[in-house]
Design a protein. Structure first.
Length: 298
């Protein structure tokens, strides 16, 4: 099995939390692995065990051309000697971007399909299953993924008043809620959806965990939608890097830390309370020439 680094809890200080007297800690899941980062490693963990038991011939998964899950799966499968195929949304571009080049480097076979065909993933999944492949859904979102993410909580070394993470599919958040409930921790979980209309995260939590009770979803921090950014978000990403030394990505974790600062200002997190932010990784979302050009503009 893969060798990975332990994800530590680290106390950080940045302007918003210092002023308000709120203690902020970061669970550094971004340090787990340079490419199988953060929650993507946790989601793959139990899917991999199920795959091993299945005796199937390889792994098939889905993602967009900039998907952190695609990179993670490609690197994971290479380290574990598993044949893998990535079904990529959209026509094959003339030049592959850095995400797809890396995936190819690790030996993932890229299978581009039209956006139209990509929509019907249930049909696609069935077809690949019939060919003898183990199919992991887009973003690694399934019950095994939730189980892996719930271990973020079992690893914690202390209690927190609040726990916060960025949400795409809501899988990681469902795992956090599950972990907190299983351990009967008093912490309140907060989700920051990075897509517009993030209210669906609510259904996601209940799908995996019908008895979930106390959690909050803050749907106002999508900055225009998935992978959309604003100058304000870039300015925050930069000041946060300078103040804490921690890099975030504009798609997920910068939006989450921005929301964390704003929720402190709004009084959601109170003086004397502790907040744990999950750094879910995904730095390849920042480290491309196109993205980094936004930094130079500032
Ligand atoms: C994929 C990803 C997420 C979203 O996780 P979900 O479980 O789909 O909500 C959050 N942060 C980063 C860095 C990611 O790569």
């Amino acid at each position: 099995m893969l060798s990975i680094n332990i994800s530590i809890e680290q106390k950080i200080e940045f302007s918003e939390c210092e002023k308000a007297g709120v203690e902020v800690f970061v669970k550094r899941d971004d340090k787990i692995h340079p490419f199988i980062s953060g929650n993507k490693w946790r989601k793959l963990k139990y899917n991999y065990q199920t795959y091993l038991k299945s005796g199937l011939r390889g792994i098939v998964t889905f993602g967009g051309a900039f998907s952190n899950h695609i990179i993670a799966t490609a690197a994971f499968c290479a380290e574990n000697k598993i044949p893998c195929i990535g079904i990529i949304r959209g026509e094959q571009p003339k030049d592959l971007n850095h995400v797809l080049i890396l995936a190819k480097l690790w030996g993932m076979k890229l299978n581009f399909i039209s956006r139209e065909a990509y929509k019907d993933k249930t049909e696609l999944s069935k077809a690949w299953q019939q060919k003898g492949y183990f199919v992991i859904p887009e973003g690694g979102e399934n019950a095994e993924g939730v189980r892996g993410c719930s271990e973020i909580i079992t690893e914690l070394t202390r209690n927190y008043d609040h726990i916060i993470c960025a949400s795409g599919t809501g899988c990681t958040f469902a795992g956090l809620v599950q972990g907190v409930s299983n351990l009967a921790m008093p912490a309140i979980c907060h989700s920051i959806p990075v897509l517009k209309q993030g209210g669906f995260i609510h259904e996601k939590v209940l799908e995996y965990f019908p008895t979930a009770n106390i959690y909050k979803i803050h749907t106002e921090y999508h900055f225009g939608g998935y992978a959309k950014t604003t100058p304000e978000l870039w300015a925050f990403l930069q000041s946060f890097a300078r103040e804490t030394g921690i890099l975030t990505d504009p798609v997920y974790t910068a939006k989450m830390f921005y929301a964390l600062g704003d929720l402190i200002k709004l009084g959601e997190f109170k003086r004397g309370q502790s907040v744990l932010a999950i750094h879910t990784g995904g730095l390849t979302g920042l480290l491309s020439e196109k993205m980094l050009r936004n930094v130079q503009k500032e």
